[in-house]
Design a protein. Structure first.
Lengths: 309, 332
C-alpha cells in the first residue's frame, strides 16, 4: 500500500482556488466573446475533485465527463493549455480538437457522452490489473448519468472481476435543469450496493473529510480488494452550462453559504490565504493572457482518423 | 477442406499465441459451447486467462474493450449476432472512433469487434440483418468484411495484430461453412489480389474474353456473385469482372476505377437494404471518380425488415438469379 504524505492544507486550498478562479474566468470570458463552443463549470464542487485526487499516484488513470475542468486541474493539468483549448488555440490540450468536454492528457480521459465513459473506465481497470503495475482508475460520474443503462452493465463487470476502479459519484442534485427529485427513483448508494460494490457516502463541503474518506477507499482499491464507490452529495453554484439555470435562486444562495473554499480557508492564517489568493490570481491571469496570445488552431493540421489500407 | 469458420478460429488461436496482449471477450464463448457459431471453440481451453466470458452487455463489453485497448491490450470482442451491434453503437461511434484523433495520434484503440451478419437462415427480423451500412462512413472506424477468398485467417490476424484502429469485422453467417478458396485454387476463376492488409480481388471466368461489366460486392454476396458471373458467361455470353472488397469503409476506389476503365459499367451488390446503403455510396464515389459516361446500378435487399418464413425471406434478399437479371438489364 502506498502511504500519502501528511495532508497539506495550503495545497488543498490552492488547488480548490485554482479551479474556482479558473472557472469564474471561463464564465466571464464567454460573455466577453473570447471562447468558442460551450462549457460546464465546476464551481461549488471543488472539494470533490481536490479531496479525491489528492490520493492519486503517478500513472493512475482519471476518467472524467463533460464537467471535466475541475478534475483536470486537480489531476495536475495546466491552466494555460486548458484555457487555450477553450479558445481553440493550437497550444490547447488537444490542439483544439476536443474542446471543453474532451480533454485528454497523459492518463486523463474525458468525454461528453454521459455513461459511455464508465465501461471505458472499467476496461482500463481490467488492463491495469493485467499489467500488474499497481495503477488504479478514478472514474467520475454524476447523478444525471445514473439514468444511463450502460453504467449498470459496467458496475456489474467491475464487481464481477474485482477490478481496481474507484467510482466517484458527484450528486449535484440536477441533471442539467432537471432535479433528481423528478428523475431518480431509489437510492444512489443502493445502486452500487446492489452490485456488491462497497460505498461510502458523504454530505459535506469539507475537503479534509472527503480526502479522508477517499484515502481509505483508494487504499482498498489499490490493495486489490475490488472496486469501491464514493457518493459525494454536492452542489454547483453556476448554471449547468452558461445561461441555463432555472433553479430557485434562494436554493442556490442557501448552498453558497456552505462554500467549500471559505470553509477550508478558515484553517489557514489570513497572511497565507492572501498570499495563495494572489498567486492563483496571477496564475489565472497569466494562463488566459498567454492562451489568448497563442495562434489559433490551424486547419492544415487536420488529418483523417483512419487511413485506407 | 478448410472452412471460413476453421480459418477464423485458427486466426484467433494464432493471435492469442503470438501476442500476450491479445484478449478475446464475448458472450457464451467458453468451451464446451464455444460460441453461438463455434468460431471460439477451443480457445478458452487453450487460453483460460485471456478468453473471457462476459455478461449479456453488448454496450458494456465493447466499451470495456475500448478501455482495455486504450491501455495497451489488443482486444477482440465477439458480438453474438450482428443485429446486437446496434446496442454498442455509442461505444463504436462516440468512443472507439474518437480517441486517437482527439489525442492527435497519441492514443491507440486496437480493437476488433467481430460479428456475424446476414440472413437466409430463417431467424427473422432481429437475427438476420445486415446492419453494416449504419457503421459505414464513421470517421475513425474501419469496417472490414471477410469473404471465402484467399486467406480469411490472415485478414482477421492482420486486423487484430497489425491495425491500431478500431475495426468492425463482419462475418456473414453462411460463410462459416463455406470452403476457403485460395488464389489459384479455383479452376473456374482467375483470381488476382490487389493490396496487402485488407486486399481487394479481381475475379474473371478462366479463359473468358475481356469483361464488359464490373460487379462489386463483399462478404457472402461474393459467393452468390461468383455463381452469377459463371451463369452470365456460360448461359448469356456476358463477361463480367467481379471485384470483391474486404475493406468496405473507408473505401479505396483504385481497384474499382481500374476495373471500370475496362468495362464502363458497374453493378454494386449488397445484402443490406437498398436505401442509403453501401451501394449508394460506391456509386456516388465512382460517378465522381470516373466522370460522365458511367452506367451504374444497385442490387440490394428490399427496404423492409427481414421476414422469418423461408419464401418471404427469399423474396426480400437478393439472390443469384437477381444478380443475373440485374446484370442482363445493364447489358440491354
Amino acid at each position: 500500500m502506498v502511504s500519502h504524505p501528511p495532508v497539506d492544507n495550503q495545497e488543498l486550498y490552492r488547488q480548490m482556488l485554482r479551479i474556482r478562479r479558473f472557472e469564474e474566468q471561463v464564465l466571464d470570458s464567454y460573455s466577453r466573446g473570447i471562447f468558442y463552443g460551450t462549457t460546464h463549470t465546476y464551481i461549488g464542487q471543488e472539494a470533490d475533485a481536490v479531496g479525491v485526487l489528492t490520493c492519486l499516484n503517478e500513472g493512475d488513470i482519471v476518467v472524467s465527463n463533460h464537467r471535466c475542468h475541475g478534475h483536470f486541474l486537480a489531476y495536475g493539468g495546466s491552466m494555460h493549455t486548458l484555457a487555450a483549448e477553450l479558445m481553440g488555440r493550437e497550444t490547447g490540450v488537444t490542439g483544439g480538437r476536443g474542446g471543453s468536454q474532451h480533454v485528454m492528457w497523459k492518463d486523463f480521459y474525458a468525454s461528453g457522452i454521459l455513461g459511455g465513459t464508465i465501461p471505458l473506465a472499467v476496461g482500463m481497470a481490467y488492463a491495469e490489473k493485467a499489467h500488474r503495475r499497481g495503477r488504479i482508475v478514478f472514474a467520475f460520474l454524476g447523478d444525471g448519468t445514473l439514468g444511463e443503462g450502460v453504467v449498470y452493465e459496467s458496475l456489474n463487470m467491475a464487481s464481477l472481476w474485482r477490478l481496481p476502479v474507484l467510482f466517484i459519484l458527484e450528486n449535484n442534485r440536477y441533471a442539467q435543469t432537471t432535479s433528481i427529485q423528478i428523475n431518480l427513483a431509489g437510492g444512489i448508494s443502493e445502486r452500487f450496493n446492489a452490485f456488491a460494490i462497497p460505498t461510502d457516502e458523504a454530505e459535506t463541503v469539507d475537503v479534509l473529510e472527503i480526502y479522508s474518506i477517499a484515502r481509505f477507499a483508494v487504499a482498498s482499491v489499490r490493495a486489490g480488494e475490488g472496486p469501491r464507490a464514493l457518493v459525494l452529495h454536492t452542489y454547483r453554484y453556476a448554471p449547468h452550462s452558461k445561461g441555463d439555470d432555472t433553479r430557485d435562486p434562494q436554493e442556490v444562495t442557501r448552498y453558497r453559504k456552505r462554500d467549500p473554499l471559505p470553509f477550508h480557508a478558515k484553517r489557514l492564517t489570513s497572511d497565507i490565504r492572501q498570499q495563495i489568493d494572489s498567486e492563483v490570481e496571477t496564475e489565472v491571469a497569466e494562463a488566459f493572457r498567454q492562451a489568448q496570445a497563442d495562434p489559433l488552431a490551424d486547419p492544415a493540421t487536420l488529418t483523417p482518423p483512419v487511413d485506407i489500407s | 477442406m478448410t472452412t471460413v469458420l476453421d480459418a477464423l478460429n485458427n486466426a484467433l488461436y494464432t493471435c492469442l499465441t503470438e501476442c500476450e496482449q491479445v484478449y478475446f471477450l464475448g458472450e457464451d464463448i467458453l468451451d464446451p459451447y464455444g460460441g453461438a457459431f463455434k468460431v471460439s471453440r477451443g480457445l478458452s481451453t487453450a487460453f483460460p486467462d485471456r478468453v473471457v466470458a462476459t455478461p449479456v452487455s453488448e454496450a458494456g463489453i465493447v466499451g470495456l474493450g475500448v478501455g482495455m485497448a486504450l491501455r495497451g491490450l489488443r482486444v477482440v470482442i465477439e458480438i453474438m449476432f450482428g443485429d446486437f451491434i446496434a446496442l454498442a453503437a455509442d461505444q463504436l461511434i462516440n468512443h472507439a472512433a474518437k480517441f486517437r484523433w482527439i489525442s492527435g495520434n497519441i492514443a491507440r484503440v486496437p480493437l476488433v469487434v467481430r460479428t456475424p451478419m446476414g440472413g437466409r437462415r430463417g431467424y427473422g427480423p432481429t437475427h438476420s440483418q445486415t446492419l453494416d451500412k449504419h457503421f459505414l462512413g464513421v470517421p475513425g472506424l474501419r469496417v472490414v468484411a471477410v469473404s471465402a477468398l484467399d486467406d480469411p485467417a490472415g485478414l482477421l490476424r492482420k486486423a487484430v495484430l497489425e491495425d491500431d484502429d478500431p475495426v468492425l469485422f463482419i462475418e456473414h453467417k453462411l460463410l462459416y461453412q463455406s470452403p476457403v478458396i485460395p488464389i489459384g485454387g479455383s479452376a473456374e476463376f482467375s483470381i488476382q489480389r490487389i493490396g496487402d492488409r485488407y486486399p481487394a480481388y479481381f475475379l474473371t471466368v478462366t479463359g473468358a474474353p475481356p469483361p464488359s461489366l464490373t460487379i462489386t460486392t463483399y462478404g457472402y454476396m461474393a459467393e452468390l456473385a461468383r455463381q452469377a458471373v459463371k451463369r452470365l458467361a456460360f448461359e448469356h455470353e456476358v463477361f463480367a469482372e467481379l471485384v470483391v472488397l474486404t475493406e468496405i469503409s473507408p473505401l479505396d476506389l483504385d481497384p474499382l476505377v481500374e476495373s471500370l476503365t475496362r468495362t464502363g459499367r458497374l453493378l454494386v451488390i449488397e445484402e443490406g437494404s437498398r436505401a442509403f446503403g453501401w451501394g449508394a455510396e460506391v456509386v456516388s464515389q465512382m460517378v465522381e471518380a470516373y466522370g460522365p459516361g458511367l452506367r451504374a446500378r444497385r442490387l440490394a435487399a428490399l427496404d423492409m425488415p427481414i421476414p422469418a418464413a423461408g419464401p418471404l425471406e427469399a423474396a426480400v434478399l437478393p439472390d443469384e438469379s437477381d444478380i443475373v437479371k440485374a446484370a442482363m438489364a445493364m447489358m440491354a
